[in-house]
Design a protein around this ligand. Structure first.
Ligand SMILES: [Mg+2]
Length: 333
């Protein structure tokens, strides 16, 4: 099958927005609590559409990242800073500490190196999808620019590692046909290699956790989430009361691991995958957004049920930005 790249671009960015929108009402809740609301998520969704009214900071910042790439015809620091400052006027919906504090600093004129927070949170990985799309063919530029776009707001090595891993996963999935599938071995090879030989302890640890994930793909979703919800988190940052429970920690490594885990467990359809991602528990909107970027890149827009993307606020705008990003990519490569 010939891959329709525009369809994949649109699937990816809408995937972020759908996962974010569906996960938003479940942010900060235990998975067991979420599943006590319904037997059938689809039925629950149809009856409660009003609670799935909006996406959050994950989608907002993803769209600003895409706009910055379009304006700069690729990564350009000034456009990135401008777009992230513009986000403050959206205004931000459910922002994390790392993004809001650093971007307010940028707005007040502090240079980015001093403005960046030391947060290892999800702020950079949740907005990385456009970089994965735009640089999918050029692995070197993909890695360099994933890091450059990250460090503007987060100086923590986990934040840039997560961005590199997810951008590479998107680039990998973009070229795969969901009718024929892909090799799980190749997938892990690509993402672990993307952060190998860095000498950074946290990047090395991330690789080990990715291997651990790979050897646990046979276990049920609930058990996997219990196992990986706080993967990589160090004292005193554990959420003590949720240790041993399915509640994804908003630390980049834990969230990325859980999003990849769920995605790989639900390769049957976009719908099944996104429902499972958005109901992960803990940082559900971001698991939805990050996992949604993977599912959308893999399945493409044509395989996303229209009632799901029509649920997304401004979905037409997202389709248009995807088209613009795609044209920009075609001009450049
Ligand atoms: Mg959010």
């Amino acid at each position: 099958m010939e891959i329709d790249l525009l369809d994949k671009y649109q699937g990816c960015l809408l995937g972020v927005a759908i996962g974010d929108t569906l996960g938003h009402p479940f942010e900060g809740k235990l998975r067991s609590q979420i599943y006590s609301y319904f037997d059938d998520f689809e039925e629950f969704l149809q009856k409660n559409k009003d609670i799935f009214r909006t996406y959050t900071d994950d989608t907002q910042l993803t769209l600003h990242t895409a706009e910055a790439l379009i304006k700069g015809n690729g990564f350009n620091l000034e456009y990135f800073i401008d777009e992230y400052i513009n986000w403050l006027d959206d205004p931000p919906i459910g922002p994390g500490y790392g993004c809001i504090s650093s971007i307010r600093n940028l707005k007040s004129g502090i240079p980015w190196k001093e403005a960046a927070s030391d947060s290892g949170g999800n702020g950079t990985t949740m907005r990385i999808a456009p970089i994965g799309l735009f640089y999918y063919k050029d692995h070197k530029a993909l890695k360099t620019n994933a890091i450059k776009s990250s460090v503007i707001t987060h100086s923590h090595p986990a934040a840039s590692a997560g961005a590199v891993v997810i951008a590479n996963a998107i680039a990998f999935l973009l070229e795969k046909d969901p009718e024929t599938g892909f090799s799980i071995d190749n997938f892990f090879q690509v993402i672990t290699k993307s952060i190998a030989n860095s000498q950074d302890e946290i990047w090395e640890e991330f690789i080990k956790i990715l291997y651990k994930l790979k050897s646990n793909l046979h276990i049920p979703i609930e058990s996997g989430l219990i196992k990986f919800s706080q993967a990589g988190v160090k004292s005193p940052y554990f959420i003590e009361q949720y240790l041993g429970r399915a509640f994804v920690h908003p630390y980049t490594i834990s969230t990325v691991i859980c999003a990849i885990f769920i995605f790989l467990k639900r390769l049957s359809s976009f719908k099944e995958c996104i429902f499972e991602l958005a109901t992960a528990g803990g940082d559900s909107d971001t698991v939805g957004a990050i996992g949604g970027s993977l599912a959308g890149s893999y399945f493409g827009l044509q395989k996303i049920p229209p009632d799901l993307f029509k649920l997304v606020k401004n979905y037409k705008k997202i389709l248009k930005i995807s088209e613009e990003l795609y044209s920009c990519y075609k001009k450049k490569y």
